[in-house]
Write a protein that binds this ligand. Structure first.
Ligand code: NAD
Length: 538
């Protein structure tokens, strides 16, 4: 399924400057210079030169740095929340909760698990390893220079996630924040650089490049060791094409068209509350927002009634008014794209139950919109819809609902509401990276222990969790032959020059033993494992 070109991305024309506009007023915020190819190349050279210094810093000291960044961020939470609010138009409470809160959580999480998880550790041996006296150690090394290219919708939380993981693993980082929210990205990197200085470490361990898509494109052309990209599937594909043929590690966190399934027996008013927040938070501009909702046909009217009543109470407006629940869309181009998706659905026969148009006031506000009876060929069911628009789809059987949920080119998250055993059974049939039971997708992003990554066009790799930390490391196996120390056992039987009859007899014994039921030989491998752990002081 092809996606419309993001009106925000892919600006690869060589421009020398760009400006940010307050989406709640349409007023200019600031003009910036675009970092060109030369600045990009200098930044990468600096990051590479500093890499051996940071790599040599102990795991505990790296964790201490993350803790200090966390404390500094906590101390200046109001300042950064106000900046996020100005650049994105989102309410201050959202900036604090979803951006600052998530960033603090992720910094603390990796500072906590990093030193333990990245320590060298023995691997539980197989039978042949035990017989040959091997100790295998898994050791973790940083990849090198990591480019982080991030979007505007959570302009602090998303780059902070990549940054915390990459730094904990010992990498140097270069952030290219979105051209729509550059000041927030730069603020984060300045905070890290200040903290590095306080820890007597080189500040170039973390750098920021201001610019648009052309700066991002120049950055990935450089000799970087890894790319953490979060953004649209279109740009993600461009990046993958640009680096194809190069041995560069990538993590792609892309778009979604996530579905929420309400099962029989689920309290409808409560489910409507979750749907309301899941779809309209951040003005609907979240990768894992509820973008399609499935409801049993005979409950549809009651559910839609609850949702309509709740939508009617939503207040849309600029973030200066703390009573407002929803801010503007990020740009005029985004507003036009969203409106074209709604109009397409209406022209094809969808029924409008709320909203459906731009709010006439300065800035780029769109009415919270509710649609039903949306025909299968409507764009809204297949493209990513990045705004406050929810199509509700009645279904007749769970099998039909599951098929509809999976009928998307995306596979980021899904949510299932209803009795837990039934919901858990359905989870295994859904084609997506995260299934949330009795909650919605965006909440999970704030839980850094849970790996976050998409299937299908929603990306590859994962941010968060132990997995992301290991992904940002190169794993090296160190295999030690412990029989080497023992006189008489130093030379293996299979070396040339040993008696062939002894070799054959030994091979047959080993073959018989290893093809026996594992319960016969497995205790031996456990014994060796515990011995290895004890002798390597893990
Ligand atoms: P985007 O793809 O337009 O831009 C993302 C970043 O890529 C920006 O910094 C941009 O300057 C840069 N860029 C653009 N062209 C580039 C190129 N050719 N080479 C390198 N970099 C380039 O995305 P956006 O509009 O900023 O963000 C919204 C999208 O991000 C949505 O699709 C949303 O679903 C997705 N998203 C995904 C997640 C996730 O975790 N999966 C989280 C947040 C947002």
């Amino acid at each position: 399924m092809t996606q419309p070109d993001s009106p925000l991305s892919g600006n690869l024309e060589a421009s020398t400057s760009f400006e940010t506009i307050n989406p709640a007023t349409g007023q200019l915020i600031q003009r910036y210079s675009v970092a060109g190819a030369e600045s990009v190349s200098q930044a990468v050279a600096k990051a590479r030169a500093i890499f051996p210094v940071w790599k040599a810093v102990s795991l505990e000291a790296r964790a201490n740095l993350l803790r200090s960044v966390m404390q500094a961020l906590h101390g200046r939470a109001d300042e950064i929340a106000a900046l996020i609010s100005r650049e994105t138009g989102k309410p201050l409470a959202d900036a604090l909760e979803a951006d600052v809160g998530t960033a603090l959580g992720v910094l603390g999480y990796y500072a906590n698990i990093g030193p333990k998880r990245l320590k060298s550790r023995p691997i539980q041996p197989d039978l042949i390893s035990v017989i040959t006296g091997r100790l295998h150690l898994e050791t973790f090394h940083p990849r090198g220079v990591i480019a982080i290219i991030s979007p505007w919708n959570y302009p602090l939380a998303i780059p902070a996630s990549g940054l915390a993981t990459a730094l904990m693993a010992g990498n140097t980082v270069i952030l290219k924040p979105s051209e729509l929210t550059p000041a927030t990205g730069r603020w984060l990197i300045e905070l890290v650089r200040e903290t590095l200085r306080q820890h007597y470490l080189p500040e170039d361990i973390a750098q920021c490049l201001m610019g648009d898509g052309s700066t991002g494109a120049a950055l990935i052309q450089q000799n970087v060791d890894g790319i953490i990209f979060t953004g649209s599937d279109k740009t993600g594909r461009r990046i993958q094409q640009a680096v194809s043929g190069r041995a560069v590690w990538t993590s792609m966190e892309l778009g979604g068209s996530d579905a929420m399934l309400v099962l029989e027996g689920c309290p409808l008013e409560t489910a409507a509350s979750y749907a309301l927040w899941g779809r309209y938070t951040n003005a609907g501009q979240a990768c894992a927002a509820v973008k399609r909702l499935l409801i049993p046909r005979h409950s549809a009217a009651a559910f839609l009634g609850h949702l309509q009543a709740k939508i009617a109470r939503l207040q849309v407006g600029p973030p200066e008014n703390p009573e407002n629940h929803i801010g503007p869309l990020i740009s005029e181009a985004q507003l036009h794209l969203l409106d074209s998706q709604v109009q397409d659905a209406l022209e094809k026969g969808a029924r409008l139950l709320a909203g459906g148009k731009r709010i006439e006031r300065p800035g780029w506000f769109y009415e919270p919109t509710l649609l039903t009876d949306v025909p299968e060929n409507a764009r809204i069911l297949h493209e990513e819809v990045f705004g406050p628009v929810l199509p509700v789809i009645p279904y007749d059987s769970p099998d039909e609902a599951i098929a509809l949920m999976n009928a998307s080119a995306f596979g980021l998250t899904a949510s299932v509401f209803g009795p837990e055993p039934q919901a858990r059974a359905i989870a295994g049939r859904l084609e997506c990276g995260t299934v949330v039971i009795n909650d919605v997708g965006p909440s999970n992003y704030a839980m850094p222990c849970a790996p976050w990554g998409g299937w299908k066009n929603s990306g590859s790799g994962a941010s968060h969790g132990e997995r992301a930390l290991l992904d940002l490391s190169r794993v090296q196996v160190v295999s030690v032959n412990r029989l080497f120390r023992m006189p008489g056992l130093q030379k293996p039987l299979w070396h040339f020059g040993n008696r062939t009859d002894l070799l054959i007899a030994r091979s047959k014994t080993v073959l018989a033993f290893s093809s026996a039921h594992p319960s016969i030989w497995n205790p031996l491998t456990w014994l060796a494992f515990w011995h290895n752990r004890a002798s390597t002081k893990i």
